[in-house]
Ligand binder design. Sequence first.
Ligand code: UDP
Length: 321
Amino acid sequence: MRVLVAGGAGYIGSVVTAALLQSGHQVTVLDDLSTGHADAVPEGATLVRASLHDSAPVLADVRPEAVLHFAAKSLVGASQVTPEDYWHTNVGGSLALLEAMRAADCRRIVFSSTAATYGEPDEVPISEDAPTRPTNTYGASKLAVDHMLTSYAVAHSFAAVSLRYFNVAGAAYGCGERHATETHVIPIALQVAAGTRNAMTVFGEDYPTPDGTCIRDYVHVQDLAAAHLLALPAPAPGEHRVYNLGNGTGFSVQEVVEAVRSVTGHTVPVVVGARRAGDPARLVASSARIRADLGWAPEHTDLAGIVADAWEFAQARNTLV
Ligand code: UDP
């Protein structure tokens, strides 16, 4: 298929681009490089530097048969401080992209949604039928696009899938995480192991979990990429599907730190700090729906393996400085 990957110079977008190329798809990456890196775009894909707001001429030129949409602002904390950026890029930009698709008669899309659309869950594991009550602007902006896709499916015969990611981690195909502002626990712990950060702060040790630290569902980016390839042809015109993507297993922050210590062989000094606002104690996905519908099954579910892949990428690409 001729596909356009919006945000293909970022972490997850670059991994999925590599997986698409490996499966024989023809890929154009649309990215404004505001947070992505031109050299993260896998060889074999064509990079067009443009924002979502200026995507119409690009789609008119490329004439893709499908779009995979990763382009977004994704920092929860920043979304509370400058919400306008999140509404502008994540919602306004997505609307512009959908309109560009309609103008180019492309009606198939896979969208990066998030577990943050659910907010604080009543029940864990979280299924797609759980109430969506985001607790931050980032989650709200992604949920708005999920709603947009439902209405485009109904009114304009789009075939759409929203994949709601839990905690994506690891590296694959030589692509990985390289954020100028790093907020995620695994890359931060790796920087501490490498000695480029003095210590990491564990955000709260008084949660109602076995070791008192928060539990999250870390899903390997390679398994995530495989889910995108399965999702791409799945929906019929007029259909918008929503699937959660997680390991189904939760790991605590303490377990992450232990895994980083054992994989790297380095010390990881930690300081226990206050809880981070808006952090639920336990977020674990039920991915039963995508397993049943598309036969997806995560293969890289071992935390040490996920950390090892992230560590290897970080060393190879020198992201630990
Ligand atoms: N966390 C932490 N210290 C850090 C960064 C994160 O203790 O420096 C915790 C955070 O409170 C959460 C978990 O690690 O419980 C995962 O956080 P991350 O920001 O990686 O992902 P999120 O779950 O917010 O999407």
